[in-house]
Design a protein around this ligand. Structure first.
Ligand code: SAM
Length: 189
């Protein structure tokens, strides 16, 4: 079984837009307890690699030796550096299910969610190969349209969706950026 109901959301997102393929290298941000990691590890198979990052500890995925986990805060540069090192090159998909601790005040939680989504986007731009895909969760609210427009500039197209598995948390949407347009700039290029 899966560690979280969230696993089914990634399955639905992947069925919709085909973001993860066999042999891919995938970076999963906000990965605890590990449902998305399980789905991604199954999909990429033994030739692929999945790197999961979270503030929380992620228990070992005994059934999958193609998964590496990092405990850290994605808003900190040093965590992003560790992720880049672990990826060891360009990646095929960056997926983020990061969400803030809920304060109960929607406007605050929404602003924090958007901040995490922007961090995920920056990380995606550092890591993704040309043609790579990006999935990010964000709570509906102010500035989300602007964020979507920024993502649209970097991908062939962006699709917004609320997976059935998350309809009870009606404020969350996922953007799927398909096909990164440019390759990352590396030192020396
Ligand atoms: N996709 C996961 C799964 O399938 O099990 C569920 C993810 S849960 C909805 C959101 C996660 O985002 C939490 O585990 C939380 O610790 C993590 N998170 C929130 N802020 C973060 C940050 N700044 N850096 C890393 N992870 C963060």
């Amino acid at each position: 079984g899966y560690r979280s109901r969230a696993a089914y959301k990634l399955k639905q997102l992947d069925e919709l837009e085909g973001v993860i393929s066999r042999g891919d290298t995938v970076v999963d941000l906000g990965a605890a307890p590990g449902g998305w990691l399980q789905v991604a590890a199954e999909t990429v198979g033994p030739e692929g690699k999945v790197i999961g990052v979270d503030l929380q500890r992620i228990d070992d995925l005994e059934d999958h030796d193609n998964v590496e986990t990092i405990r850290g805060d994605m808003t900190e540069d040093r965590t992003r550096e560790r992720v880049i090192d672990a990826a060891g090159g360009e990646v095929d998909a960056v997926v983020s299910d990061m969400a803030p601790n809920m304060s109960g005040e929607y406007s605050l939680d929404q602003a924090r969610s958007l901040h995490l989504a922007r961090q995920a986007f920056e990380t995606a731009l550092e890591l993704l190969d040309a043609g790579g895909d990006f999935v990010v969760k964000v709570f509906e609210g102010p500035d989300v349209d602007d964020f979507r427009a920024e993502v649209e500039e970097e991908f062939q197209y962006v699709r917004a969706t609320s997976p059935k598995a998350s309809r009870d948390e009606s404020s969350e949407i996922y953007f799927i950026g398909k096909g990164r347009i440019t390759a990352p700039v590396r030192p020396g290029d």
